[in-house]
Design a protein around this ligand. Structure first.
Ligand SMILES: Cc1cc2nc3c(=O)[nH]c(=O)nc-3n(C[C@H](O)[C@H](O)[C@H](O)COP(=O)(O)O)c2cc1C
Length: 175
């Protein structure tokens, strides 16, 4: 029996969610898990993954369209796998403490998939990011990097431990 395989799929408009996804994938690899990292829009088949981590940026309360499409397209396969969701959302340092529910459509699909966990990480708006809304937010003083790397890595370690543990159970008690 080979080791567990993990997919990290993400949607990112301005690159910061992609960097979080890269850090998560790299950490999972250092924890011994064979991990692929792909933009959600370029995933064709999740059949050979045991676990999937799905991450999205959030703009005006909406998840990246490629991530929403990915969740819908692979809903049945995701429902039979361990799935974790993360979002790179708020532009403040309160991602961990403030209660921010998922938007209704994402919550509905998360319930159907029966995800393991949803986590919110602070996001980043770079000064000078392209786009009219980005400029508006930047002018409003919202530019900054609120990604908490130690928290992201600690969360990833928890995911890695759960993937490895579940695999150990499957090896000990074959279905
Ligand atoms: C125009 C605009 C709208 C945003 N709307 C939200 C939002 O509704 N909820 C949220 O948590 N973050 C919001 N953000 C913050 C982004 O999600 C954050 O910058 C994120 O890290 C961007 O990821 P990306 O670089 O991968 O595109 C918004 C940012 C901008 C510029």
């Amino acid at each position: 029996m080979t080791g567990p395989r993990v997919l990290v799929a993400y949607g990112s408009r301005n690159g910061s969610t992609a960097e979080i996804a890269q850090a998560i994938a790299a950490r999972l690899r250092t924890r011994g898990l064979a991990t692929d990292l792909l933009p959600a829009g370029s995933v064709c088949d999740i059949g050979h993954y045991d676990a999937v981590v799905v991450g999205s940026c959030v703009y005006m309360l909406r998840w990246h369209p490629d991530v929403v499409a990915f969740l819908h397209a692979h809903e049945r396969a995701l429902a039979t796998r361990d799935v974790w969701l993360f979002q790179s959302g708020p532009l403040d340092d309160l991602a961990e403490t403030r209660d921010r529910p998922l938007s209704v459509p994402i919550q509905q699909i998360a319930d159907r998939i029966r995800i393991r966990e949803h986590v919110i990480f602070g996001g980043r708006l770079a000064d000078g990011a392209a786009g009219a809304l980005e400029s508006l937010f930047s002018l409003g003083g919202l530019a900054g990097d609120h990604r908490e790397w130690p928290r992201i890595l600690a969360w990833t370690d928890g995911v890695a431990a759960q993937v490895a543990q579940r695999r150990a159970v499957l090896v000990l008690v074959p279905a």
